[in-house]
Design a protein. Structure first.
Length: 277
């Protein structure tokens, strides 16, 4: 048997990543000869480590915090999704060896919201927390679902306003600071900040929550996230974390690399069974 094709996820930190397990399950399910590892890469080492990975035979990379925006500059071309987002979470090679950056985050989130969780977004009030690479990756796909309004809130109001302006042609989107949110509640709140990685919560007024509000944290943690805990403490109807998104965006990346789309349901079931009950 030939040597397995090599794939990896790069981030900093990376020890928490479940991507190696997810892709191992995909490979087993679809009979693909491949291995997938996790690489802890500091920002100053990103460019040489990416070049080294592909120069030594690597076939594809996933990209996570804090590299999703920086990796754009290292790619020879961008998919439409990566170009719109200004951020990437997947790198593949074309037949000529040129690196192509893509972004499967938004597709993964939308698939989890609409297919797995059966959450309606159309005509709803949506609040997106954060204005970094994670937020950029999911913004266009969320707007494609035609919410009534999508508000981007961020510590830096200028970044929120700039991001809203950049996506204004795609739907009803506006920017705000956290302190400016003391108004009507939202139907869906998506946390795209890195606060949960530090067990923190963005400084939100409780008024953003109503009796029917659904909260979704892009971050995944085995015991839930601080944002989910905050949502439940303040009366949110539902609180979800990004395990489903993680699996769905991984399936999209896997399809780009291997040309085979895995079934995500058994993988979600296997990962869910490992969570504490």
């Amino acid at each position: 048997m030939p040597a397995p094709d090599r794939y990896a996820v790069i981030g900093h930190p990376i020890a928490h990543s479940r991507s190696p397990q997810i892709h191992a399950l995909f490979a087993q399910q679809t009979h693909q000869n491949m291995i997938y590892s996790a690489l802890d890469v500091a920002p100053e080492d990103l460019a040489p480590r990416v070049r080294e990975f592909f120069a030594t035979g690597g076939r594809g990379l996933n990209v996570t915090v804090p590299h999703k925006e920086a990796v754009i500059a290292l790619s020879g071309s961008l998919s439409a999704r990566a170009r719109t987002a200004g951020a990437a979470n997947t790198i593949l090679q074309d037949a000529a060896g040129r690196l192509i950056a893509d972004n499967t985050d938004g597709a993964g989130l939308v698939r989890d919201l609409t297919h797995n969780l059966r959450i309606a977004v159309g005509a709803r009030r949506v609040l997106l927390l954060g204005a970094g690479g994670a937020a950029r990756g999911v913004l266009a796909p969320l707007l494609e679902l035609k919410p009534r309004v999508l508000v981007i809130a961020n510590r830096s109001v200028d970044r929120a306003l700039a991001l809203a302006n950049a996506f204004a042609s795609l739907g009803p989107v506006r920017g705000a600071g956290f302190a400016q949110l003391d108004g009507p509640s939202f139907d869906l709140i998506v946390n795209a900040t890195a606060a949960s990685l530090q067990a923190e919560v963005p400084p939100l007024p409780p008024s953003v929550l109503g009796a029917t509000t659904i909260c979704y944290d892009l971050v995944y943690a085995t015991s839930g996230t601080r944002f989910m805990q905050w949502a439940r403490e303040h009366g949110a109807a539902q609180a979800h974390m990004g395990l489903g998104m993680l699996v769905e965006q991984a399936a999209e990346s896997f399809y780009l690399w291997r040309g085979v789309r895995p079934d995500t349901a058994p993988v979600l079931s296997a990962l869910g069974a490992q969570l504490p009950h």
